[in-house]
Write a protein that binds this ligand. Structure first.
Ligand SMILES: NC(=O)c1ccc[n+]([C@@H]2O[C@H](COP(=O)([O-])OP(=O)(O)OC[C@H]3O[C@@H](n4cnc5c(N)ncnc54)[C@H](O)[C@@H]3O)[C@@H](O)[C@H]2O)c1
Ligand SMILES: [Zn+2]
Length: 363
């Protein structure tokens, strides 16, 4: 394995496994160094758009090894067992065996699907993750959660399968659409609010550079967010306590996505509205002071515009909360900021207060 002392690399350490999340421009050229010496055939799972834009970054290394590119049709509607089965059939047709390795090369959909494919193919083969959206680089590819959707709900089938490594090259983000980029920034902002005041301040103070994708600022943001996700999932792989703080903004965010049937909002945009609601709720409960609440609100809005949410019925959103996958035994938990960089988990909040927080945030 390569060691580069000056390169931000963050270890995820779970009970059974430890691996590196490396943030470095140009790292994809060296992806081979992160594979075990015993690696058999490589199966790159990707989408056509990502392959056309960035395939050349890994092509040379792939040419030196037995490898096969498998294309996955992009879009959340294809993140289904039937597509996974199709990929598995293609692997068999191309001679896969237990020494084969899956490489996920794409956004969060691709990293979720390729991770799950690797988790269950011949009862498990290794996966190397190469995320290419900001959201996948700071969130989806890290932590070993993999899965696909059911008709009845998102991510309802899946498995924990930790990767060999996660290789994060901020260069690939140059081709990401502005909207997808900003949606990913909301997850970075979330990391600042829950655990890192300096990261929050960077987003608060340097918005023009952040939005311009200034390499120095962008690399710093990604490294900070990756460090936080890696720390949190290392302490708590299976989402019992600490991992729940990553759900800041997601309680109402998931409800917003569900009532609009996943078409109006990108995930990060729904989370942005969810963060505004949770921040207002914290203020109403006197957990968070007014000045810090205003700073959070202004910074979220700075990375907009967000698709409108004003027409959504607060009661519809509230009734959705109980059916969220993260709701345990009917109890809705909210992750609420107590100051910038710190959060608390609170349950049993009065519905009328939740309704007010939603209405105030949507104004
Ligand atoms: N496993 C986890 O812990 C976890 C966490 C968060 C989200 N997720 C999952 O991630 C998925 C969303 O991921 P996403 O936001 O990355 O969406 P996505 O995978 O759909 O990617 C967004 C779009 O950008 C394109 N794209 C990817 N890289 C690009 C690049 N470098 N340049 C130009 N275009 C590029 C994709 O082809 C796609 O059209 C959801 O399915 C969600 O459930 C999983
Ligand atoms: Zn999220």
């Amino acid at each position: 394995m390569v060691q580069r002392d000056h390169v931000p690399r963050f270890e995820v350490k779970t009970k059974h496994h430890a691996y590196q999340n490396v943030v470095q421009r140009g790292i994809l050229r060296d992806f081979f160094e992160f594979l075990p010496a015993t690696a058999g055939k490589l199966f790159v799972v990707t989408t056509k758009d990502v392959w056309d834009l960035h395939g050349s970054r890994i092509q040379n290394a792939l040419d030196q090894h037995d490898s096969q590119i498998l294309f996955f049709p992009q879009g959340e509607q294809n993140k289904r067992l039937s597509c996974l089965e199709e990929l598995a059939e293609q692997m068999v047709a191309h001679g896969a065996d237990r020494t084969s390795i899956v490489i996920g090369f794409g956004g969060g959909i691709v990293t979720d699907v390729s991770g799950f494919l690797a988790a269950i193919f011949m009862r498990g083969v290794p996966v190397l993750q190469i995320p290419t959206t900001l959201l996948a680089q700071v969130d989806a590819a890290i932590g070993g959660k993999t899965g696909v959707n059911l008709a009845s709900g998102k991510n309802l089938i899946g498995s924990f399968h930790q990767p060999l490594a996660v290789l994060i090259d901020p260069e690939v983000l140059s081709t990401l659409s502005d909207r997808e980029y900003r949606a990913g920034l909301f997850e970075v902002l979330k990391c600042g609010i829950i655990r890192d005041a300096a990261l929050f301040e960077l987003l608060e103070d340097r918005a023009p550079d952040v939005l311009d994708r200034n390499p120095q600022v962008l690399d710093q943001l990604i490294a900070a967010a990756v460090r936080i996700k890696a720390e949190v999932v290392s302490t708590d792989e299976r989402e019992t306590d600490l991992r729940r703080i990553l759900n800041f903004g997601h309680t109402i965010g998931h409800a917003i996505e569900a009532v609009t049937e996943y078409v109006r909002f990108l995930h990060g945009e729904a989370v942005a509205w969810g963060m505004l609601c949770a921040t207002r709720l914290a203020e109403l409960l006197a957990i968070l002071n007014r000045t810090e609440a205003a700073r959070i609100k202004n910074t979220v809005l700075r990375y907009g515009p967000l698709p409108v949410a004003q027409d959504l019925d607060p009661d519809c959103l509230i009734s959705r909360l109980a059916s969220d996958k993260k709701t345990l035994q009917g109890k809705v938990h909210f992750v609420l900021p107590s100051s910038i960089g710190q959060v608390k988990i609170v349950s049993g909040i009065d519905q009328s207060l939740i309704r007010q927080a939603i209405m105030d945030s949507f104004q």
